[in-house]
Design a protein around this ligand. Structure first.
Ligand SMILES: [Fe+2]
Length: 318
């Protein structure tokens, strides 16, 4: 068996043949929409690029382009206290560092600022909530290599766990896992400390590929255990609440990326209530947090919406 066959066999073993076939067909269909010329499809990368080229030159014309680029690497560290009922006291003050939407191959300063910032931080566990590549199609080697360099700067004693986003192909998994990031594909893992435990579950992308399965991800989780779910997008909030998830951690929206003063977003690319598009939120029994993202996509500028590195500090309540 060659390396490629081995890779697909391993994935079939992990996610099942149906999931893998669905993911691969949807990736091909989506990529074809970008590259197809003529025919009936109206969605061409050429059109998308024109919009961003126009925006780039408009920002240059009004003298704001460089400011936008600099803003895209002006990281804000968000320290979020997360109060979870029935969290074992052993996890009180447990720190989970989240990076989301890194789009790592197109960071304005090639990741230098992010790496320097991360070197100064300490966490118990690190999570990466998808979108490692700048575009949704094309080469991904550089994105994975840059992600590896960034992750090397992080000190997280309980390891690195990630999920895929809508910019990521399932073929990213071996490269990311080589760098020590274990990708959760509708899977879960038990996190243990001093005889206590909580569960970290992660789903495949729901936004574009609709390959998520929360119930499968939670299938090995005891009913009374505290569960933190990694979902690329907040759009899974209804399902996550129904499934009894305690805390949903996501990104994808970039908080709008280019916002009005006060951080009011114009466009967040997510079908969910506005309040779920950034920061801490609650929906019925579900507590959630949506990162504004660590990177930028389409055009690497930000306005009134700084990129973030999030530290979720777990707090035990009775
Ligand atoms: Fe995304």
């Amino acid at each position: 068996m060659n390396i490629e066959e081995d890779f697909y066999q391993n994935l079939i073993h992990r996610v099942g043949k149906d999931h893998l076939i669905k993911r691969l067909i949807r990736q091909v269909n989506f990529a074809a929409k970008f590259y197809a010329k003529g025919g009936y499809t109206s969605f061409h990368i050429e059109n998308m690029e024109l919009i961003y080229i126009f925006l780039k030159y408009f920002l240059k014309l009004i003298g704001l382009y460089k400011r936008g680029l600099k803003n895209s690497v002006d990281y804000k560290i968000e320290q979020i206290p997360v109060y979870l009922k029935n969290l074992p006291p052993q996890f009180n003050n447990f720190k989970i560092l989240q990076l989301s939407d890194m789009h790592a191959n197109m960071i304005y300063d090639e990741g230098r600022g992010l790496i320097n910032t991360l070197k100064k931080l300490k966490a118990d566990l690190c999570i990466l909530t998808g979108d490692y590549r700048f575009l949704t199609h094309g080469s991904y080697k550089e994105a994975i290599e840059q992600t590896k360099e960034i992750v090397k700067a992080i000190d997280a004693t309980h390891g690195f766990w990630g999920i895929l986003g809508n910019h990521d192909f399932i073929e990213f998994v071996p490269g990311l896992e080589d760098s020590g990031i274990k990708i959760l594909l509708n899977e879960s893992v038990k996190v243990q400390k001093d005889g206590a435990e909580f569960y970290l579950a992660g789903i495949d992308d729901a936004h574009l590929y609709s390959c998520h399965d929360i119930y499968k991800a939670l299938s090995g989780v005891p009913s009374k255990a505290i569960t933190i779910l990694l979902s690329h997008t907040p759009e899974t909030f209804v399902e996550a609440n129904e499934a009894g998830v305690d805390y949903l951690v996501c990104g994808h929206t970039h908080g709008g990326q280019i916002c009005l003063p006060g951080g009011v977003h114009i466009f967040a690319n997510a079908k969910c209530p506005r309040k779920l598009c950034s920061g801490l939120w609650r929906y019925k029994n579900l507590l959630g947090y949506t990162s504004r993202g660590t990177g930028s996509s389409s055009l690497n500028v930000r306005f009134f919406c700084p990129p973030e590195i999030t530290i979720h500090e777990l707090k035990s309540t009775i």
